[in-house]
Design a protein around this ligand. Structure first.
Ligand code: SAH
Length: 394
């Protein structure tokens, strides 16, 4: 028997799992029928959603524009949220990471990243992941199921609720300052009082759950929803060509990020096993079609694995592959995952990669590490939470 892992967080309240359905997952027509059966007009459905999406209500009781009796009936039938917070960790840079327990016991992760004036939600689309990228924690145990659109939306709402509350217009504007600014490392930074951006880069393969994702993003984009424009939403995919083409046809301005991770098929298939069925050519063709259809520049993500895909020949091949494309490359130095045999890149290898791409006329950024002390890398905190709960159950 191995020694128990250290408990990383103080024990947190653990209320009984909700038995009711989350109200965000009730289809509009069904909700209206439910209301009609109680003698309530259809507009109540919109009021409830608005309360959760705009007013940050977390109980039916506080929805003061609804009749008291209805609030009680709603609470008997539904939960405002179908998930509960299993873990909530906050890093010193204001990154929040939530591990959410789903009604069926599964666990997912969601992260809020706060930067000067921006609040970015990183959300999951599946429990686990079926893509099996060899360096990633999310897929170590395969995929369990797709998330519902309500479960995707709920992550956004929960993360938004962690941003400072907007201050209603006050007579004295100076009184607005404290809730929106805070001192970090000796400088004052602004914190957005709503979500400004969404990155679909949590657990799972978003394009394997495209319909539910699109429904959730439609609500996120609505002015009576979360009001986040499509241009502020990035969908990251392992590279499923047919689904990329379908996404292009949706007619929205979502940003597309394609996880490339290698400049040739042999290496990519070692790192990203699904490449066996797709191949780089089809992925690049689909990404080109996405750009042609939407006018949105495609980002290529490249997890930099020390010694494996970061050598000078890889740099030159990658620059050649992307030459002539209006592409942007996001280099992501590998975040350590316990038990996996990969390494972060050496500084000079990373620099050579950056320089070679830039010389080839390709725009490059190295992803900043946010919230690293709270395991903000995909799938990491969920694994720890699972290991802890398995231990405490056993
Ligand atoms: N399934 C989607 C979303 C995955 S998460 C996709 O493949 O794009 C978003 C990005 O983080 C992907 O590029 C993924 O490969 C990368 N990633 C996953 N685990 C990582 C790790 N441990 N270190 C660095 N990047 C990682």
């Amino acid at each position: 028997m191995s020694a128990p892992l250290p408990l990383l967080d103080p024990p947190q309240p653990d209320p009984a799992p909700p038995a009711k359905r989350g109200v965000l997952d009730v289809p509009a027509d069904e909700f209206r029928a439910w209301l009609a059966a109680r003698g309530q007009p259809p507009m109540r459905a919109g009021q409830v959603r608005r309360q959760v999406l705009v007013n940050r209500a977390v109980t039916f009781e506080e929805m003061s524009d609804l009749p008291k009796g209805l609030r009680a009936e709603l609470a008997d039938e539904f939960d405002v949220f179908s998930t509960r917070v299993e873990r909530h960790r906050t890093a010193s840079d204001d990154t929040h990471k939530l591990v959410l327990r789903l009604a069926d016991g599964g666990m997912i992760e969601s992260v809020l990243i706060q930067d000067e004036g921006r609040a970015t939600a990183c959300v999951s689309t599946q429990v686990g992941c079926g893509m099996g990228c060899v360096f990633c924690a999310s897929g170590l145990n395969g995929v369990v199921r797709n998330l519902t659109s309500g479960e995707i939306l709920e992550q956004l709402v929960r993360l938004r609720n962690l941003t400072p509350k907007p201050v209603v217009a006050e007579k004295n504007p100076i009184s607005r300052a404290p809730s929106r600014r805070e001192v970090r490392d000796g400088t004052t930074v602004a914190l957005a009082d709503r979500l400004t951006h969404i990155v679909v880069m949590g657990m799972g393969e978003p394009l394997a759950n495209l319909d539910n994702l699109l429904s959730a993003l439609a609500v996120a984009g609505d002015k009576n929803g979360l009001g986040i424009g499509a241009r502020h939403v990035t969908i990251s995919t392992v590279g499923l060509p047919a689904k990329i083409v379908r996404l292009a046809e949706v007619g929205k301005q979502y940003s597309l990020a394609v996880s490339l991770h290698a400049p040739d098929d042999a290496l990519r298939t070692r790192i990203v096993p699904t490449n066996d069925k797709t191949g780089l050519d089809a992925i690049l063709a689909a990404a080109d079609a996405y750009f042609a259809e939407t006018g949105r520049q495609v980002t290529y993500e490249y997890v930099v694995l020390g010694g494996l895909n970061d050598q000078p020949e890889h740099a030159r091949q990658l620059a050649g592959l992307l030459a002539g494309r209006k592409a942007h490359v996001n280099l992501i130095p590998w975040n350590n995952v316990d038990g996996l045999p990969y390494q972060r890149p050496r500084d000079n290898d990373l620099q050579y990669l950056i320089d070679t791409l830039r010389k080839g006329g390709i725009s490059v950024k190295v992803r900043k590490r946010k919230g690293s002390e709270i395991d903000a890398a995909c799938g990491q905190l969920r694994r720890r939470a699972e290991q802890t709960s398995v231990r405490s159950e056993g």
